[in-house]
Design a protein around this ligand. Structure first.
Ligand SMILES: [Cu+2]
Length: 323
């Protein structure tokens, strides 16, 4: 829309009349902006790495147990802080404009158009912000999905309706051999025992439909596909011993919600003893007991499937034949 000439006051006249005042205002605005940024920087320094914790992780799950999880968490927290800094700047400018240029009479304020420096700024600034976010996202993502050829432990995750099998392998790929195995049932939650301080490669495959392997404390999940697709990911180490619930994160059928398992992180020495006991023929529960661990899952429990002769395909198949 083109404004009538009477609505546009010549900016050059105003400029000469108010250049000194504008300069003072500019310096004051600069000081204020500097003060704001210093305050924000001081806040970050004072609270250190707890900025995320102070704000509940800005909605991101906390308590990651792998370096990869912590890197993703840090990226999220830094992105949130950057977004908030831009947000406060924009909100501040909006409110400043509302107050500074509120209607004081019938005279129109200076109509500013085709301000090239301004247009250049609000085109370049978002491109720069997105580029920086993209760069750090690409760096973290590349790091998180990185695999190596010589992990310390390789475990094959086999998903099926509706449970898990974990196979400890002597190498990588489909041609490697399983040296020990943990199989979940409707009565016993499968426990995936893994060591701290060692790199671990997960190789995923499904027997039927798409599932998803998810341990929330890894802050990472990956789909498990049937057929020849073998999804692989790796963690450089598990940093904290303990028991962590694992879930299927893909709606895979009627009993999807029952596909829980437990990740039990133990010391490398105990892991070696556990694996030796399994390879010697012990059950998972016996092997866990032998290293002083609880034999059954402590973070979740088997669900009552309520499957019996009266409700499991009563007209078409005897109970227990599956679908
Ligand atoms: Cu599933």
């Amino acid at each position: 829309m083109v404004a009538r000439s009477s609505e546009v006051r010549p900016t050059a006249v105003r400029h000469s009349a108010s250049s000194r005042a504008g300069g003072r205002r500019g310096r004051r605005a600069g000081r204020l902006a500097g003060l704001g940024f210093s305050g924000a920087a001081l806040l970050v320094l004072l609270t250190g790495c707890d900025v995320g914790a102070a704000f509940g992780g800005f909605g991101w799950p906390q308590g990651g147990i792998t370096p990869e999880a912590r890197r993703m968490y840090d990226l999220w927290i830094a992105s949130c802080i950057a977004a908030l800094a831009v947000g406060f700047l924009v909100w501040g400018l909006i409110f400043w404009c509302i107050v500074r240029y509120r209607k004081r009479g019938n005279e129109l304020p200076v109509q500013t158009r085709y301000n090239l420096p301004m247009e250049f700024l609000y085109t370049i600034a978002p491109v720069l912000i997105v580029s920086v976010l993209f760069y750090y996202t690409a760096v973290v993502q590349t790091d998180v999905v990185k695999t190596t050829n010589n992990p310390d432990v390789t475990v094959e995750v086999v998903a099926f309706k509706w449970n898990w099998q974990f196979n400890y392998r002597d190498g990588q790929g489909v041609d490697a051999e399983t040296t020990a195995s943990v199989l979940g049932t409707s009565e016993v939650i499968p426990i995936l025992v893994l060591p701290t301080d060692r790199s671990i490669r997960f190789e995923e495959t499904s027997r039927d439909v798409i599932h998803s392997f998810w341990v929330p404390e890894m802050l990472f999940k990956r789909d498990v596909f049937p057929g020849s697709i073998r999804n692989v990911f790796q963690v450089s180490e598990l940093q904290t011993e303990g028991a962590y619930v694992g879930r299927c994160a893909e709606l895979c059928g009627s009993y999807h919600a029952f596909m829980n398992f437990e990740l039990r992180v133990v010391s490398p020495e105990n892991f070696d003893r556990f694996l030796a006991a399994k390879q010697g023929g012990a059950s998972t529960q016996e092997a866990l007991t032998s290293i002083g661990e609880e034999p059954y899952a402590i973070t979740t429990r088997p669900f009552e499937t309520r499957r019996d002769e009266s409700n499991f395909n009563p007209d078409t198949a005897p109970a227990g034949t599956g679908s």
